[in-house]
Design a protein around this ligand. Structure first.
Ligand SMILES: [Zn+2]
Ligand SMILES: [Zn+2]
Length: 327
């Protein structure tokens, strides 16, 4: 029996025992293929091919995965090749399989590597950062705009993405209205990734579960950069003071910054004056986008009661999630 055939025989017997969650899909001289699947998203298939000189030459190694980013797989393949090189003249396959299996265990964030490399492109160099903490299966996101910043801790659970990421605000010096919005809305976005809508409309496409890391991080990056330099379209002045310490905290103070339902911002006094000035018939439109202005501080006309109710329901759900999360 050739060295290769002996190695193959050994692999058939011991791979299922020593490599957890593995399936030997092929084990013949033309190819060895082993699938390691810890969860649906933490899965790597390792393929090996051998030239006639094997094991004096290195096995040809190919790693495949549906959910692990190409860049990460390339890196892993290089490391696997180095490992095989160290074992020239001896059986190489089991060493590589052990290495791949350990990698999956020690790098729980590998299940969102694609998402992480996508959101990294959105970070503004020099001010924003995303740090990976493999030990706690979490990432720390810092986003800065002017003198305003937020720092969030996002934890990826074991059964991600079936279960959404856990979201925690660590630091944030935005005005309270915005802090609440950032947190409540990111929790809501993550929930919507894994839970079908409570009331399904007949025309809605069937619900598909989605990974929640990228939508949440994208939202936080966009929102944190969005408001700081925006102007109040009524008075044409910047709505946020340059110094976060100068933020108006009185909810009814003239310069208190209001975020209306469409997402645009105004000073309290500017918006109040506009809303209380006729004409009233067609409702009040946002100066930036033309959507109707919705805001809990101002009473609405009868025809919008239903819309307001729906908005309130959504708000309540966001709040419940936050309370739930903090308890
Ligand atoms: Zn204003
Ligand atoms: Zn608007």
């Amino acid at each position: 029996m050739s060295i290769l055939e002996e190695e193959l025989k050994e692999l058939r017997q011991c791979v299922p025992r020593v490599i957890a969650d593995s399936t030997v899909e092929a084990c013949v001289p033309a190819m060895v293929r082993v699938k390691i699947e810890k969860t649906k998203y933490k899965q790597i298939t390792a393929c090996f091919q051998f030239d006639p000189q094997y094991p004096k030459s290195r096995a040809l190694i190919e790693l495949k995965s549906r959910y692990i980013s190409e860049k990460l797989l390339d890196g892993l393949t290089k490391l696997s090749e180095e490992l095989a090189d160290k074992n020239l003249g001896k059986p190489q396959v089991l060493h590589v399989l052990r290495f791949v299996r350990n990698f999956i265990d020690e790098n729980p964030l590998c299940c969102c590597s694609e998402e992480i490399s996508n959101v990294k492109k959105k970070l503004i160099e020099g001010t924003d950062e995303l740090k990976l903490r493999q030990k706690t299966s979490s990432v720390v996101l810092k986003v800065k705009e002017g003198q305003y910043y937020l720092k969030y801790n996002l934890t990826v659970p074991e059964n991600y993405p079936d279960q959404q990421i856990k979201i925690e605000e660590k630091e944030c010096n935005y005005p309270p209205v915005f802090r609440r919005w950032f947190l409540a809305q990111s929790v809501e976005i993550a929930r919507q990734c894994v839970e079908p809508p409570k009331k399904k409309k007949p025309k809605d496409p069937p619900f598909v579960l989605r990974p929640s890391m990228e939508p949440v991080v994208s939202f936080l990056i966009d929102e944190a950069h969005r408001y700081v330099n925006s102007e109040c379209k009524m008075c044409r002045k910047k709505a946020f003071p340059d110094d976060p310490k100068a933020v108006e905290l009185d909810e009814y103070g003239a310069l208190h910054v209001e975020r209306v339902y469409c997402g645009h911002i105004y000073h309290y006094k500017c918006l109040d004056t506009y809303i209380k000035t006729p004409p009233f018939q067609k409702g009040k439109m946002c100066h930036t986008c033309g959507s109707r202005i919705f805001h809990d501080k101002w009473k609405l006309t009868a025809e919008t009661v239903e819309a307001r109710w729906a908005h309130k329901q959504a708000k309540q759900r966001e709040l419940d999630e936050v309370v739930d999360f903090l308890s």
